[in-house]
Design a protein around this ligand. Structure first.
Ligand SMILES: *[C@@H]1O[C@H](CO)[C@@H](O)[C@H](O)[C@H]1NC(C)=O
Ligand SMILES: *[C@@H]1O[C@H](CO)[C@@H](O)[C@H](O)[C@H]1NC(C)=O
Ligand SMILES: *[C@@H]1O[C@H](CO)[C@@H](O)[C@H](O)[C@H]1NC(C)=O
Ligand SMILES: *[C@@H]1O[C@H](CO)[C@@H](O)[C@H](O)[C@H]1NC(C)=O
Ligand SMILES: *[C@@H]1O[C@H](CO)[C@@H](O)[C@H](O)[C@H]1NC(C)=O
Ligand SMILES: *[C@@H]1O[C@H](CO)[C@@H](O)[C@H](O)[C@H]1NC(C)=O
Length: 585
């Protein structure tokens, strides 16, 4: 009988799972326990175990690295850069993990603001899965704004790019082998907006990241200026941070820009510029919900208007999370913007637009939200959310973790490109994992469920300043098509002036898998290797349970039938014996 019950339980589980789509669930205490405060500043696999760890700033002066763990709480503070490890009075403005010296172990770069408003850069070197806290390195150059971490010379070791205070020239600093070397970066002086939203990404699909400086120019191949995107911002009063995603699924990166139309920021909009087009197209301008008009929050220069992207419903089109405030009241909440087909004339040329999810009560329940981003909590390929809120009388922000219980039959592919400085023979026997590599570019083409050709692309870690909070891998949704992925292309930056494009194509990738690409050696894409990890989803597990249940059930029925037959046989034999007895009489 219990077996029967078990089947019913499995069936009910399946049923409940189906009903529960798009619901969010607060899992903060499972994730952080009582440590759920501070500013989430960056993500990266510091421990080199293929699990993403979280970097959190506390009281603007301490950085804690929370390691992912298999027991609750799933994130535990393990490494602590305290006040004592930094000069007195340092105010930390951002954290950018990466392998700056090229030893395939993650280092941690901090930017700090000094009293002169200049940005200083500190680096703590990583060693043996921890940080060398005593050996702080300070770059002897200060920047006018937070620098961009990018791979300027195409050697797959992150470099630091920014504008210095001495002259308006751009500088790039290399730290290979811990010997710092700074040079002039771009030949012509550029005036950059502060706060900047510089990005290092492939705009023209040549699989080489080019650098983009907002509204001034884009820099191509060997960083010559190329006017791929509009050079002027739309005619608005407040301009937010640029982001680059493949918004319409054509394989090219589009430029998204949140703005306020007026100085008081009462009217907001999000504009998009397609690659190769000089025109700004509004993809969201209706911020009214019943009597309330919502708008972006343009209060603090340290937290500019920002979109955080992620494909939460795995349909192949990136969605976004934003913070909006009630323009007539004081409420401030996080909202999910879903990427949907365009239904008005203004966005016709893009074909897609954003729609605000007004009824996401779990997000609305978080009062005074100040930042919201996507994060894959359980490494299951479904993006969950982290929301930071300001509580009254507290210095630090409160962290809320919301699990996305999205369980439609949608598929994804997760690609992480490593530095490829070594593969199996890394120095000191370290694993090649755990380097946040800026610049690689990932693109797929496949056939969707309607039989149409579909493309999507993404750049890995294209931005680093002002809490861009990008994940150290790319997660591309595939929609409901469970087909093998026909073509997956991965490209990495090349040396300036080099002609050969460094890219490799993989075919027939299984959906719902994680691909870790080791581009070693850099200049021989044929030898690059990829490790494929499958992520069994909940539905697969449930199917397995249900299947085993059914098997057991059938076995039991067979057993019962067998037993009944045996009993009948026995009875027959006994009767026969009886008859024989009679006959004998
Ligand atoms: C980090 O270290 C400092 C000094 O060692 C200590 O005061 C602080 O409490 C530590 N923070 C955490 C969260 O462990
Ligand atoms: C690395 O750290 C572990 C403890 O965390 C220690 O046992 C080991 O000796 C260290 N290895 C090296 C090479 O320092
Ligand atoms: C930084 O240090 C290098 C060598 O250590 C030196 O050559 C350079 O002039 C210094 N730059 C500044 C701006 O002090
Ligand atoms: C996808 O990319 C291929 C090759 O670059 C191109 O031929 C095709 O038109 C693209 N499809 C869409 C829907 O953009
Ligand atoms: C926005 O603020 C006004 C004034 O405080 C209030 O009446 C209204 O209910 C608020 N709207 C929402 C959706 O909370
Ligand atoms: C590099 O830039 C120069 C101009 O500075 C240009 O003439 C040259 O063609 C570029 N080379 C490549 C490979 O793009």
């Amino acid at each position: 009988m219990w077996i029967f019950k078990f089947n019913i339980v499995a069936f009910m589980l399946l049923f409940v799972w189906q009903c529960n789509t798009v619901a969010l669930q607060d899992v903060t205490s499972d994730l952080f326990g009582v440590e759920n405060y501070g500013t989430v500043a960056a993500f990266g696999d510091f421990y080199a175990d293929k699990q993403t760890d979280i970097f959190i700033i506390r009281e603007q002066s301490e950085v804690l690295i929370f390691f992912a763990d298999s027991n609750k709480p799933y994130f535990k503070p393990k490494v602590n850069i305290s006040k004592n490890n930094l000069p007195r009075g340092t105010i930390i403005t951002s954290v950018v993990p990466g392998d700056y010296d090229g030893d395939s172990q993650m280092d941690v770069l901090l930017t700090a603001q000094s009293s002169t408003k200049m940005t200083t850069v500190f680096i703590f070197w990583g060693h043996n899965q921890t940080l060398d806290l005593g050996g702080r390195f300070t770059l002897n150059m200060t920047f006018a704004d937070q620098p961009l971490v990018m791979d300027f010379n195409g050697d797959m070791i992150p470099d630091i790019f920014g504008v210095t205070d001495q002259d308006p020239l751009t500088k790039v600093c290399y730290l290979t082998n811990r010997s710092p070397e700074c040079q002039n970066a771009l030949t012509s002086p550029v005036k950059m907006r502060i706060p900047n939203s510089n990005a290092f990404i492939d705009l023209n699909k040549d699989f080489t990241a080019g650098k983009s400086v907002k509204f001034k120019q884009c820099f191509d191949g060997n960083f010559t200026r190329a006017d791929i995107m509009p050079t002027e911002s739309p005619a608005v009063k407040i301009v937010g941070q640029s982001t680059f995603v493949d918004f319409d699924g054509d394989g090219y990166q589009d430029h998204l820009l949140p703005v306020c139309e007026d100085a008081a920021c009462q009217r907001s909009a999000i504009y998009l510029a397609k690659s190769g087009s000089k025109e700004w197209v509004p993809v969201l301008s209706d911020f009214q919900r019943r009597d309330t008009i919502w708008s972006f929050v343009a209060a603090k220069p340290s937290q500019p208007l920002t979109l955080h992207h992620g494909d939460y419903n795995l349909d192949g089109f990136p969605d976004a999370l934003v913070i909006l405030r009630n323009t007539s009241g004081s409420g401030q909440h996080a909202f999910l913007l879903e990427n949907v087909p365009c239904n008005s004339a203004s966005c016709h040329s893009v074909g897609r637009m954003l729609r605000i999810h007004w009824d996401q009560s779990d997000l609305g329940a978080i009062q005074n939200a100040v930042m919201a981003t996507f994060f894959d909590i359980y490494e299951d390929g479904i993006l969950d959310m982290l929301v930071l809120s300001q509580a009254e009388g507290k210095n630090d922000l409160i962290i809320h973790a919301l699990k996305n219980n999205f369980e439609a039959d949608a598929y994804f592919v997760k690609v992480m490109v490593l530095s490829g400085l070594c593969s199996n023979d890394c120095p000191e026997g370290v694993k090649p994992f755990g380097v946040n590599q800026p610049g690689p570019y990932v693109m797929y083409t496949t056939v969707d469920s309607n039989g149409d050709l579909k493309n999507a692309s993404a750049g890995q870690l294209s931005q680093s300043a002002y809490f861009s909070l990008q994940l150290p891998y790319t997660l591309l949704g595939l929609g409901r098509s469970a087909n093998f992925l026909d073509h997956l292309f991965v490209g990495i930056p090349r040396h300036p002036g080099e002609m050969d494009i460094r890219k490799k194509e993989w075919t027939a990738i299984i959906p719902n898998s994680q691909l870790i690409v080791i581009p070693y050696p850099h200049n021989k894409p044929r030898s690059w290797s990829a490790k494929l990890y499958l992520t069994p989803s909940n539905s697969v597990l449930l199917t397995a349970i249900a299947l085993i249940g059914v098997c057991v059930f059938i076995l039991v029925i067979i057993g019962i039938l067998h037993w009944q037959e045996k009993k009948a046989d026995d009875r027959e034999k006994r009767q026969e014996a009886h008859r024989f007895h009679f006959d004998a009489m």
